[in-house]
Design a protein around this ligand. Structure first.
Ligand SMILES: [Zn+2]
Length: 217
């Protein structure tokens, strides 16, 4: 049962194809688990198509046409297609990004309860990372300088506002301060997409803040 979804603005931008690649990948992965958002996204895409068809044809400025044509020669940006089945246990997009299992990834050890692995998406402005939180352990209390998207892949975690399970999608920003904690029964693996570094607020981790930088690639 999925309880947390992208908000309508984010789903709209996803459906229009205007989200940055790493954020789009995260929403796309949520759709693997969530038939409600799949349906909604399909509806938004159809509505977008209908609006586009209704636009009256207009005279196109020749120089504008030239510039559009010249852009067609540029390499097309990488896009991800949303999967259409909600029951897929191991999303194709995740397999493509990881090129192997969790054990094959390079993990940076933050402390004894937390490891992070940054994956390559081709988006140089948004970091796309896996967080492995050991059972019962926490990501130190932090707030955000930008937007943080989170999607649970394995296990579950909780923070001050709720409990999040596989497929749940969260968006947090500078207004939120939280301490994500994995369930005691099993390790939690989740995706985190950041457009700016997080900021630790606990006294024992605050000294690390100047060293936090995005690793988007
Ligand atoms: Zn959803």
């Amino acid at each position: 049962m999925i309880n947390y979804h992208p908000d309508s603005r984010m789903l709209n931008e996803f459906s229009a194809g205007s989200l940055p690649l790493a954020q789009s990948a995260c929403v796309s992965l949520h759709l693997n688990y969530c038939s409600t958002c799949q349906r909604e996204s399909r509806k938004l895409q159809q509505m977008g198509g209908m609006l586009f068809e209704r636009l009256a044809p207009c005279e196109v400025d020749a120089s504008l046409l030239d510039s559009v044509m010249s852009r067609l020669d540029e390499p097309a940006p990488l896009t991800y297609e949303a999967k259409t089945t909600a029951t897929d246990e191991s999303p194709a997009l995740m397999r493509r990004l990881m090129k192997g299992g969790y054990k094959d990834l390079e993990w940076d050890r933050i402390n004894s309860g937390l490891q992070i692995s940054r994956l390559h998406t081709g988006d140089v402005e948004n970091e796309f990372a896996l967080y492995h939180i050991k059972a019962g352990r926490t990501i130190p209390r932090h707030t955000h300088k930008g937007t943080e998207l989170t999607l649970v892949l394995e296990g579950s975690f909780s923070d001050e506002e709720g409990i999040y399970q596989r497929g749940d999608f969260l968006m947090r920003d500078a207004e939120h301060e939280h301490t994500p904690t994995a369930a005691k029964s099993e390790d939690c693996i989740c995706i985190g997409v950041l457009d700016a570094p997080i900021k630790f607020t606990g006294w024992n981790y605050r000294a690390l803040n100047p060293f936090l930088s995005l690793q988007a690639h």
